[in-house]
Design a protein around this ligand. Sequence first.
Ligand code: C2O
Ligand code: CU
Ligand code: CU
Length: 563
Amino acid sequence: MNLRTLLTAVFVLTLFNGYGQYNPLVIPDTISGTTFNLNMKDTFVQYLTGNQTVTAGINGAFWGPTLIFHKGDTVHMNVQNNLNDSTTLHWHGMHLPAVMDGGPHQVIPPGTLWQPYWLVTNNAATFWYHPHLHRMTQAQTTAGLGGFIIIRDSTEATLALPRTYGVDDIPLALTSRRFDALNAFNDSCSYGDYMLTNGVMSAEVSLPKQYVRLRILNAEMERGYNLGFSDNRTFYVIGTDGGLLDAPVPVTRVPLLIGERVEIMVNLGSDVVGSSFDLEAFNAGMPFGFPGSEPSSTGTFGSLLNNVNFPVLHINVAAATTGAITTLPASLVSNTYWTAADAVLTRSLTVTDGNPGPGSIPFNFDHTLFDYGTINKTVPLNNIEQWTVTNNNVFGHSFHIHDVQFKIVSRSSGTVAAYESGWKDTYYLPVNESVTFVAKFTDYADATHPFMYHCHIAPHEDGGMMGQFVVVDETGVKTPANVGDYSVYPSPATGRVYFSFTDPSMQVYYITITNTAGRTMLMLPRPQLANGIDVSGFAPGVYFVQLIDEQSKKTITKKFIKA
Ligand code: C2O
Ligand code: CU
Ligand code: CU
């Protein structure tokens, strides 16, 4: 060990052990309204002494802004990819058209602006967004790309819950990283060695002496967190992935796997101002198969944080705020969940392969690795379906499905815990267990563009533990009309280009604009064209519009000139 490595290690361990040295928790900035400008870029952070760490951020250096949506609004996203690589941006947990979903199919080339939009129909809850490019999810999320989405609605607004963002309502993204000798993030190990809470090592925060609300996201690559407080105090789960529970659920521990969110309320009303305690991962002694329970401290599946208890956030108790929430509501919202009896179709998935050894292939479902060319399931629009995922394999997983919020109706190990009894889009699938959920696939049929289901453990999904499904409207199948033609005007254009259709009933599925070098400038799913498309930022030259017709899915290419 040379001197710098030694000093770095001492510095890191000092931070990690927290001998009086904590770093202030970063609370991500918020963006509200209906237009959201997100700039994805490569950048760096000074985590350790010596070299800076190369990171990627969205409007910042690590992680991204918290997007505040209101249910009932239509939100418009301007996602600018200023990374050096292609990427995608997925809105985890959102119910939206597949073509807006940002899964592995919505590849945004470098330098391109992608403009999805959708009507917010999800209930008030905590969601997130992150890259989802096949085989690149781990590298790009390790670099720091991601962010929270908070949805507010009128039902939640009437409840006496903490909701002053950054004061008594705190988003916490939990992850960890391993650094190499040059202070770069290792983006191929499963487990980091150092806890990062909202991107901060050894984070501390002052919270007021009252009920506070923590919106906790597991934003890891693989590790699960068995969360609790250092003094074992009882806290209350008020919400799961997709919404508030009927009533708060008292717990002292809650497990949180990758992609899952939990909203909790914790009472600091009896704490002494100036005292402190920790939010902690009680991962020591977790059974094998719980990600992060492996005993080793080094190597691909080892980590300094494996199978130990470690602090996640140091909390200092400060004075109460005016208007403090000092009581826990007895009830929250009244949910009507789907039951197994509602299901018109039963499907099953089985975790297969992934056994270590020569010639082994990565984890997958039903011996089928993800393939862009294969639609694994076809779901009729408005079906209520029961899906059972069985894991008699070698390790635990975190199962996630796009498009829907579901209700877990059974676990083969016993009962479904009250803290996961609400709307979910992701859940822990332990080894030797089957989990059954029921979901309704409403609103958005698209026979062309699939949604995903997958394990959310980054190395597993990158390895191909994913499948894709289309939602089809069988009642609405129309014979594709003759494709109409269109023209783009004016050409040459200076500010905006407009579209005129020979058949005014023609609907546009997708528009991509490229330059003569083939570089993609704009990606516009189902664009609303009444106000044209802004091309004022384009360099003078020739551009190609590739327009895909909604009915026929045929592509018609036109050219225009930017003056
Ligand atoms: Cu968090 Cu397929 O997504
Ligand atoms: Cu998702
Ligand atoms: Cu997995």
